[in-house]
Write a protein that binds this ligand. Structure first.
Ligand code: AMP
Length: 409
């Protein structure tokens, strides 16, 4: 069974084609700068001999439909394609950022689902519209394929009220659904499963703190396989310090900025989402640059890294308290998988909680699951490469195998 996973952004389409029986990725890629003259597609395939090849193709496409058509034609190309024709793709799994309260799990897409995703747009105005654009064009280009939506928010629906209700007038929740939702759910779910498997059990047997550190960053407390708390809130701005997002701040700061600096809401929005975080403190939002600057004794970069890892450490303590037990701390995503410095600083001084990092193991390179805690550490520290696309493909396949789509469409 071939499943195509699509992550459609405002000017990009990221995709991965899986052969689920063979347990392999046949093709993957990223089309960038849709709507611009200098469009670019990085297309990777696994050829018939099993070798991988990468093609960087210049392409000018004016919208998502042209973009996905271009990709579909490459996939089905008679010479270098990986499928004979488009109908070979049984299903298309779409990443949808905000499912609000409507979608608590993966869903087969029909007109009602599209309408409901649209209704959730005010909660994710930058993300849901391009996700919907991807769904619209996939329906046209792959008319025979089942379309499935996998939501970033779904995994966190297990949070109890005490974790998701803000201490605001309750009617704001009742009438306007102002509450904490959480994001990166597909990644937190994937790494909890993988970590549990590594430890020889299923997620129901463990208490885990999962730490997704990419451009966006979030943590989750996953007890017995269920997310009971997470750092992102109604939007992805809450919680950890990120590349250019502030994470937690005193909610009165925007009033101060408006009243005393005369900033508009739009300016404050840009300030908190695009000019804060690591970038706001030391001028770089890329962790590699931050670490390089720190190694060159740049005091702002040192401070940025301290603030970044101090916030992670505080949430580790908080989530240990929330769960009452802890079996493993699990790092993932661009920074979590690659930065030994960030892992070391985040776990430093947590011996009292049973969290002891082995610096030697932590500094080694690897491309699979890695245990970086000391032999005697009561709590394991793991690095687990995330694979959100594979998780989306697996959820999509489950919909098909259980025949659930027949009852939904
Ligand atoms: P992601 O959103 O998961 O692609 O992660 C992007 C982040 O990973 C960026 O901040 C990168 O700087 C960071 N990153 C990637 N490779 C490394 C590395 N070797 N060391 C530190 N950070 C890295």
């Amino acid at each position: 069974m071939k499943i195509l996973v699509i992550n459609s952004g405002s000017s990009s389409i990221k995709y991965k084609l899986f052969d689920m029986e063979k347990n392999q990725t046949d093709a993957s890629g990223l089309m960038e700068r849709i709507g611009e003259k200098k469009g670019l597609l990085t297309h990777k395939i696994r050829n018939k001999k099993g070798d991988r090849s990468v093609n960087v193709i210049k392409c000018t496409v004016s919208n998502h439909k042209e973009g996905l058509e271009f990709i579909a034609n490459l996939l089905a190309d008679s010479k270098n394609g990986v499928i004979r024709n488009k109908s070979e793709i049984t299903a298309v799994g779409h990443r949808v950022v905000h499912g609000g309260e409507t979608f608590q799990k993966t869903t087969v897409i029909n007109d009602k689902v599209i309408e409901a995703i649209n209704k959730n747009t005010p909660l994710a105005p930058l993300h849901n519209p391009p996700n919907l654009a991807g769904i619209d064009v996939a329906k046209i280009i792959f008319p025979k394929s089942i379309q499935v939506a996998v939501f970033d928010t779904a995994f966190h629906h297990s949070m109890p009220e005490k974790a998701y209700i803000y201490a605001l007038p309750y009617e704001l929740y009742e009438k306007k659904r102002v509450r904490r939702y959480g994001f990166h759910g597909t990644s937190h779910a994937y790494i909890s499963d993988a970590a549990a498997k590594y430890m020889g059990g299923s997620p129901e047997n463990f208490s885990l703190i999962t730490i997704h550190l990419g451009n966006g960053a979030s943590m989750a407390a996953v007890k017995n396989g269920k997310s009971i708390d997470t750092t992102m809130g109604m939007t992805p701005l809450e919680g950890l310090v990120m590349g250019s997002r502030s994470g937690d701040i005193d909610p009165a700061i925007p009033f101060y900025l408006a009243d005393y600096l005369g900033m508009s809401f739009a300016e404050i929005d840009v300030l908190l989402n695009k000019k804060s975080g690591l970038k706001g403190i030391c001028g770089s939002n890329d962790m590699r640059e931050v670490i390089e600057k720190k190694n060159n004794h740049n005091s702002k970069a040192t401070l940025a890294l301290d603030i970044y890892t101090y916030r992670i450490k505080k949430y580790i303590g908080a989530y240990f308290a929330a769960m009452g037990s802890l079996d493993a701390v699990v790092f993932t995503a661009g920074i979590g998988e690659n930065s030994a410095d960030v892992r070391e600083l985040s776990c430093h001084g947590l011996k009292a909680l049973g969290i002891e990092l082995d610096s030697h193991k932590n500094s080694m390179s690897f491309d699979n699951i890695m245990e970086i805690s000391t032999k005697n550490s009561p709590v394991k520290i793991l690095v687990v490469p995330t694979n959100e696309e594979l998780k989306i493909a697996m959820e999509t396949m489950e919909m098909i195998c259980t025949g659930y789509y027949k009852t939904q469409t």
